[in-house]
Design a protein around this ligand. Sequence first.
Ligand code: PDD
Length: 284
Amino acid sequence: MTALDDSIVYLNGEFVPLNEAKISVMDRGFLFGDGVYEVIPVYGGRPLRLDEHMTRLENSLRGIRMEPPLSTGEWAAVFSRLIQGSHDQSIYLQVTRGVAPKRDHAIPPEIEPTVFAMCTPIAPLPIEGIKAITVDDIRWQWCHIKAITLLANVLLRQAAVDRGCTESILIRDASAVEGAASNLFVLVDGVLITPPKSNELLPGITRDLVLEIALQNGIAVQERKITLSELKAGPEVWLTSSTREIMPVIELDGAQVGEGVPGPLWQRMQALYQDYKEILRRPS
Ligand code: PDD
């Protein structure tokens, strides 16, 4: 039992303590990984980029032939009941196809989705930089859908942990695509590069925010493929996600990245990103 166990979560229209939230073993999320999810950071009690997260959720649901179970307003009402205090936290929400009468791959015609949401504190972030490895991207071809079916991502990230590293950078056809649970930025000839959105990667909300901040501040950016050799030569490599923000990679496959410390462009972007969060925290 942890302190989390009695926190209040949302399950199918009800607010219940976490340790009382139960679903059927016949839930297709459990049996098939048949569902999608979102992770939304919350600063000063306010979700960051809520509309963008909700749009991505709708896209993911459409991608697996499901309708949104709640409207954006209904989701917002759920979140405001789950968010406690003003510390940094993150909302996790998951929608599965629901409970089926029998185990059958084909989608049952009449089925109610299972809708779950919880809010947990965000762990303090390491700003001294992280170590990463490169691995072959063994995932499927619909990586733009934020599916709960994360076995490949789990194994790929564990490969990094097994080698004393934090994250794996996934390589497909000699291009660096994204991290196992993060998007990728590499500095190439003074230009900040990130791969373009496609079915090969998750359209990260943090990624879009970093691009937007860069453009607003005169930092040269380009969305294009990153070759493995550009990744290896990059004086700065960053990995972004809602819960880990902008992680500077200081060691890649055992070799030092740049000077082996978070680089000057990261320092600048980190300050701009923290300013952005601060504005959200400030009472309006
Ligand atoms: N993961 N790519 C993948 C494969 C991811 O799983 C994530 C986030 C990202 C970054 O997306 P965003 O900036 O919207 O968080 C990119 C979440 C945090 C998770 O699975 O917990």
